[in-house]
Design a protein around this ligand. Structure first.
Ligand code: KG4
Ligand code: ZN
Length: 354
């Protein structure tokens, strides 16, 4: 079975071709980040207009790369939600029209299920059950993944998502959008060991770690960064030097990384599981990938899985993979629909009611 995956939930146009036997054949991505950077965040109307412009040429390149054509397809998968309505509609309409013309099944995939399953694109894939930390621009969630399609929410952010906090802090420092990679690069310039004893690294709060449970909150941390920046501003209100910004970026990143590590450890203990999947845009963060195994090594053997860096952020390959699994179970749909708000745990309930 060969499935075309289409991801258009936000500001990336991603397409992928997944073959049940051969694995991922090709993928193509176009990021609108440069266009939104001027605005400090995604402008929904611009996002959907650009999805329309980019989708067809990208699919053309995809078929070229994989040396195949649309007649070879056995199914189409698109991101049904959650995401921006206009952007989602572009993928949904395109997927249904092409599927109708080719007379093949089509399936709407949950974007976060795509992220959660992205490590399965690798040869060494995690086996169910596992705990998943989904850290993206829109979500920060700890999920118990019991089996394919059976996901329950263990905890989530009560306010900003981790990626959103990275983006907002980067915006405060005028680093452009998306903020995660920019903050990561800036934080790398700060070397705590090179600093004099009189200037230790800044210590930012680790939100909600002293409260029981698995929820997160990053909005207070973001405000903490704002106040710290105010403290270091120059006489004319200008931003502090790059060195000081790097020190603040470092302290912020440490706080986010250590907070999620504490909650992951707690989730593994609570569920009694020893497999952790970390996915979503923030899973690309190098400091997170370095700190998590170090921190979790105290628990004994924990198996950690991440998608390849390029499949951490939004992409069409993960949608093609998730869609292929669902189409193999005979779950195609004829109804053209999107769900801009769609809790991941609804998937298990929907399966039961079918
Ligand atoms: O999964 P994703 O592409 O989109 C959503 O589903 O939201 O995640 C995008 C988010 C952005 O907030 C971006 O700043 C963040 O992931 N991100 C990172 C890194 N790369 C992307 N955050 C921290 N470090 C990174 N290296
Ligand atoms: Zn995403």
């Amino acid at each position: 079975m060969l499935v075309l995956g289409i991801e258009t939930s936000c500001d990336e146009t991603g397409v992928g071709l997944y073959d049940r036997d051969k694995g991922l054949l090709a993928d193509q991505l176009y990021s609108q980040a440069a266009m939104h950077s001027d605005y400090g965040g995604v402008v929904p109307e611009l996002a959907s207009r650009d999805q329309i412009r980019k989708l067809l040429p990208l699919i053309g390149k995809l078929f070229e790369d994989a040396s195949c054509c649309k007649q070879d397809l056995n199914g189409i998968a698109y991101t049904r939600g959650p995401g921006l309505s206009g952007a989602l509609l572009v993928g949904a309409m395109f997927a249904h029209s092409l599927a109708m013309a080719l007379k093949i099944p089509v399936i709407g995939v949950h974007h976060m299920e795509g992220h959660l399953l992205a490590p399965m694109l690798d040869k060494e894939a995690p086996a169910f059950p596992f705990v998943a930390l989904l850290v993206s621009g829109g979500h920060t969630q700890l999920v118990l993944a019991e089996s394919f399609g059976k996901y329950s929410l263990l905890g989530e952010s009560l306010d900003d998502a981790a990626g959103e906090a990275f983006d907002k802090v980067a915006n405060m420092m005028r680093l452009g959008y998306p903020g995660g990679p920019a903050i990561e690069a800036l934080a790398e310039r700060y070397r705590p060991q090179d600093q004099e004893q009189s200037a230790p690294p800044l210590q930012f709060p680790r939100p909600m770690v002293n409260r029981p449970g698995l929820d997160f909150s990053f909005s207070g941390l973001k405000t903490h960064v704002l106040y710290t920046l105010e403290q270091y501003r120059g006489d004319q209100g200008q931003l502090p030097s790059t060195e000081v910004l790097a020190k603040i970026a470092y302290a912020f990143q440490e706080a986010v990384v250590q907070t999620v590590a504490i909650k992951c450890q707690r989730a593994l203990k609570m569920t009694g599981l020893n497999t952790l999947v970390v996915a979503g845009g923030v899973a690309a963060n190098k400091r997170l990938r370095q700190w998590l195994p170090h921190y979790l090594s105290r628990m004994g053997s924990v198996s950690l899985y991440y998608p390849q860096i390029k499949f951490c952020t939004d992409n069409g390959a993960m949608i093609a993979y998730a869609g292929c699994q669902r189409l193999l179970l005979g779950q195609g749909t004829s109804e053209v629909s999107i769900r801009p708000r769609w809790p991941l745990s609804d998937l298990a309930m929907e399966a039961e009611s079918e």
